[in-house]
Ligand binder design. Structure first.
Ligand code: BGC
Length: 380
């Protein structure tokens, strides 16, 4: 109850008191009648008012004033989602899952969610301006797939100044940046885990039948490697652990060549086309850091008309297009990220932050700020 309301209640009671017998007052108020004889004038009335104030306050405390105002959840929230490149297949899969999940969330909770999507088109300056825009749109939280993971400082400065929490995803800022503010989170997939599973698919195949990988039977598996962006945490770790797992699994390896195709199907296709020309009939295995580059290798193999003599090709991601190629027998294996869970946890954390709740209550966080989405191997 507001103070003005309380005072008017007191005054009402006082006016009432002037009209009715004090005998009708509660016990605590009634004993003050005796003082009338001792003190002159209006003292009894004043005392009665005082008693009423106390009674009113007590009754307020026990009734409406005692009930703490329940925080009513906002009927809407606004989340800015900033993609490093809108046409990246894996990122698009996450985006689709996010949009699907948000629809379910809205239906379940009745909270209206606005997702403001931005495409950074591989340009950090563009993305920095998009952060300004998202903040000016009053976004409650940002989900940022940063273009240059070493440039997170600028975005963090902007977010801190505006008090808008950030959930980075897929492209990890360095730890030093992540430790700058308690409202920074990261959702990603464990690169080592995906690579060990990718290598494991090949080790299993080799152990079952050596000729599955060593097609020419010369005692070595001759491979080429397609790598993602050179400063992306996933490329470096995936390359290292795929090869290490093959070695640990006793697969004799010979590297023919390798190259950076920046996660892109067309770049991988161009590289593979030239390798097929440079090393005719020699490539037995293509290890790609992601499905899109594996698909680029398949495109080049198809163009070269190598059907039947194709090298084995493996990827990572388990994107819808990757799984189609697996089904068609063109992709030998991949490792599937749980993009549904990835998107769900990312949104749940952003929503918790928007509502001022603790993200640890909605996700199993490592070091209080990292969430690692799991992988599973897929073979044809
Ligand atoms: C995915 C790639 C994707 C890249 C973008 C990686 O984790 O495996 O497919 O292109 O992230 O940052």
């Amino acid at each position: 109850m507001k103070l003005s309301g309380m005072l008017s209640k007191i005054m009402d009671n006082y006016i009432c008191l002037r009209r009715v017998s004090l005998a009708t007052l509660p016990e605590a108020c009634r004993h003050r009648r005796t003082r009338r004889r001792i003190f002159p004038g209006h003292l009894a009335s004043i005392s009665a008012i005082f008693a009423l104030v106390s009674c009113t306050l007590v009754s307020c405390t026990l009734t409406s004033c005692a009930t703490p105002a329940k925080p009513t959840p906002p009927a809407s929230m606004r989340i800015g989602v900033l993609l490093y490149r809108g046409d990246d297949t894996f990122i698009n899969t996450v985006r689709t899952e996010l949009e699907e999940y948000v629809k379910e969330y809205e239906q379940e909770t009745g909270v209206k969610v606005t997702l403001d999507m931005f495409d950074g088109k591989s340009n950090q300056n563009t993305q920095n301006n998009q952060v300004d825009r998202a903040i000016s749109l009053n976004c409650d939280a940002l989900c940022v797939n940063i273009v240059d993971r070493f440039a997170a400082g600028v975005i963090i400065d902007k977010a801190m100044a505006a008090g808008v929490p950030v959930v980075f995803f897929n492209r990890a800022p360095v730890e030093e940046d992540m430790n700058r503010w308690e409202k920074l989170y990261y959702i990603g997939t464990e690169p080592k885990e995906s690579a060990v599973l990718q290598g494991g698919i090949l080790v299993d195949a080799y152990q079952k039948d050596k000729s599955a990988l060593d097609a020419n039977g010369d005692g070595k598996v001759s491979y080429v490697l397609l790598e993602g962006e050179n400063n992306h945490q996933d490329s470096l770790v995936r390359t290292e652990w795929s090869i290490q797992t093959l070695k640990d699994g006793g697969v004799p390896l010979e590297k023919i060549t390798g190259g950076i195709a920046n996660w892109e199907r067309t770049q991988a296709s161009a590289l593979m086309e030239s390798w097929l020309e440079d090393y005719p009939g020699q490539i037995e295995l293509v290890i790609a850091n992601n499905d899109d580059m594996a698909l680029g290798a398949i495109d080049a193999v198809d163009r070269a008309g190598l059907i039947g003599k194709t090298p084995k090709i493996v990827g990572i991601d388990g994107t819808p297009v990757g799984k189609e190629a697996l089904k068609a027998g063109k992709l030998f294996g991949t490792v599937e990220a749980d993009t549904r869970q990835f998107a769900k946890v990312m949104f749940d954390i952003a929503a918790a932050l928007s509502l001022g709740r603790d993200p640890a209550a909605v996700a199993d966080l490592t070091d209080g700020k990292y969430f690692w989405s799991p992988w599973s191997p897929l073979t044809s």
